[in-house]
Write a protein that binds this ligand. Structure first.
Ligand SMILES: NC(=O)c1ccc[n+]([C@@H]2O[C@H](COP(=O)([O-])OP(=O)(O)OC[C@H]3O[C@@H](n4cnc5c(N)ncnc54)[C@H](OP(=O)(O)O)[C@@H]3O)[C@@H](O)[C@H]2O)c1
Length: 316
């Protein structure tokens, strides 16, 4: 009789524990701030996180976008221009005042400046860096105490342009290369706080990034007929105008989910819509390695390089 009572108590206690854990998870879903949530990849990340029950603080700049995001289930919009320190400070206060803490930060807001390095005015490079590099830098610094408090996660939307740099993409590639360095240094510095840091490196996915920059170029009159690169620019413009027709970025959002919530997040998530983009991105990494190795006093042989590669694969 005593044994039966004990078993019953155990079952009841276990059931209570499971129910209370589940309801705790339900009552206190994890919170994520996504910058640049109004369109493209940021909007998709917001949708996927919200559908999975996370609370998303969706950063946007325009009132219409803020309203549209606020109307989504599990989403609370936050006015957030990543170049405006006052807005960032206000966003910290707003999120802190909600009292739920912050479990993850997704530095996603970004723009693309396209054009020849020797022609596009320096103000465009300043703007490029201000949004894509100083933006994540400012936002990360501002939210670091909350992320440290939650032993949370930080991810930044980089790009395969953080590896590749081609003609007409210099400004953008410089900014995305900086995101790679930002990620690696931050990851090391955050280890002591149990905060994991990663970078998402998408290939081409549907968004407004091309359309937005074409509008800016036209407004500013930089799309000069007198450019030495007029043919490339014309081709580029056509390509960017079609960017909205690229693949839906759902797989990019799924990679973000992995970076934020898996037990073993990766440092780098290359997410590309077809094998060709993976192929030339990886070949670029290999070319750089071979260029570094070439004709210098400490060059390694092919066999030694393969051994090094095997050892690094094991360490990953
Ligand atoms: N689409 C791709 O193929 C691709 C590939 C690799 C990497 N990426 C990266 O993905 C990220 C998202 O871009 P996307 O392609 O999804 O383009 P998008 O549709 O143009 O989205 C960009 C987002 O960033 C926001 N934004 C721009 N400037 C901002 C600022 N100063 N402060 C705060 N938010 C700002 C935009 O807000 P507004 O609506 O207010 O302008 C928008 O929400 C960027 O970092 C981009 O470099 C995109």
């Amino acid at each position: 009789m005593k044994k039966i009572t004990l078993i019953a108590v155990f079952i009841l206690a276990s059931t209570f524990a499971i129910v209370s854990f589940a309801s705790e998870a339900k009552e206190t879903p994890k919170t994520v701030l996504v910058t640049g949530a109004s369109s493209g990849i940021g909007l998709k990340i917001t949708e996927v996180l919200a559908e999975n029950g996370y609370i998303v603080y969706a950063g946007a700049r325009k009132d219409d976008d803020l309203k549209r995001l606020e109307a989504m289930e599990n989403v609370e919009s936050v006015k957030l221009d990543v170049t405006d320190q006052e807005q960032i400070n206000a966003a910290v206060k707003k999120i802190a005042d909600k009292g739920r803490g912050l479990d993850a930060l997704v530095n996603n807001a970004g723009i693309a400046v396209i054009g020849p390095l020797i022609e596009v005015p320096v103000e465009e490079l300043e703007w490029q860096m201000n949004v894509n590099v100083l933006g994540p830098f400012r936002v990360t610094q501002a939210f670091a105490p909350m992320i440290i408090e939650s032993k949370g996660r930080i991810t930044t939307t980089g790009s395969i342009s953080g590896i590749l740099s081609g003609s007409m993409f210099g400004h953008y590639s410089m900014s995305k290369h900086a995101v790679e360095a930002f990620t690696d240094s931050l990851a090391k510095e955050m280890e002591r706080f149990d905060v994991q840091v990663s970078v998402i490196e998408p290939g081409n996915y549907a968004s407004k990034i091309g359309e937005s920059y074409i509008k800016r170029l036209e407004k500013k009159g930089y799309w000069g007929e007198d450019s030495a690169y007029v043919d490339e620019l014309t081709r580029m413009k056509a390509g960017m105008a079609n960017a909205a027709q690229s693949k839906d970025p759902k797989e990019v959002a799924e990679a973000v989910m992995h970076a934020l919530f898996s037990d073993k997040p990766k440092r780098r998530y290359m997410v590309v819509p077809h094998a060709g983009q993976a192929d030339y991105t990886l070949r670029q990494v290999m070319t750089e390695m071979l260029q570094l190795n070439q004709d210098q006093p400490y060059s390694f042989s092919r066999e030694q390089l393969i051994e090094m590669m095997d050892a690094q694969m094991k360490a990953l």
